[in-house]
Design a protein. Structure first.
Length: 193
């Protein structure tokens, strides 16, 4: 496996939807608590090394109202309370972190994420979050289209089931960037300090 090559000052963690609505769900192959803990470890290490941390959350009111053949909520059911869209306190957002609120699966559409990254000279995005084949994948596709280098931290993301997570991690992400574990990414950070 090729070693990771990146400048920590030009690197940002993009952590997707570690919010109450997602963390409360049964997820696979990794438990939500493990994904939150690993994403927080990555954030702490990257922040300490001069990188940028971006916490993304989705405003559920807009997303859950879109019509589809397989709706994200049962038709006619009430929208979740606003606090379901809030990040879980375990992520420990710091003052210098970037916070993005999205209204679709992907974090670039209709937000200032690209502007925030470009202003900071970010070239490499490290992806984590929930769910692998929804918000993480949608954001990664848009990042790839914009020319960002991508690192996918496989055990710092999860989905509604193990199979879609595995397919995305095995078949899609390696064609867009590099797939590593939390320990492998943290070792790469430690090797650059």
């Amino acid at each position: 496996m090729e070693p990771l090559a990146f400048d920590l000052r030009q690197t940002a963690l993009i952590s997707i939807d570690l919010q109450r609505s997602n963390v409360a769900r049964p997820l696979a192959p990794h438990a939500a608590a493990d994904v939150v803990q690993r994403s927080t470890r990555i954030a702490d290490a990257l922040r300490a090394a001069g990188g940028t941390v971006v916490w993304v959350r989705v405003d559920l009111a807009g997303l859950l109202s879109l019509p589809s053949d397989t709706p994200l909520r049962p038709p006619g059911s009430p929208l979740p309370p606003p606090e379901f869209s809030e990040l879980v306190p375990e992520v420990q957002v710091h003052d210098g972190d970037v916070r993005i609120t999205k209204r679709q699966w992907g974090a670039f559409y209709g937000t200032d994420l690209d502007l925030q990254l470009r202003r900071r000279g970010i070239r490499t995005l490290v992806m984590s979050g929930i769910a692998t084949n929804f918000g993480v994948e949608s954001t990664a596709r848009a990042a790839f289209d914009r020319g960002y280098e991508l690192v996918f931290v496989e055990d710092a993301m999860t989905s509604l089931a193990a199979e879609p997570h595995a397919f995305t991690v095995k078949e899609l992400f390696p064609r867009m960037g590099r797939v590593r574990s939390t320990d492998e990414f943290l070792a790469a950070i430690a090797g650059k300090n």
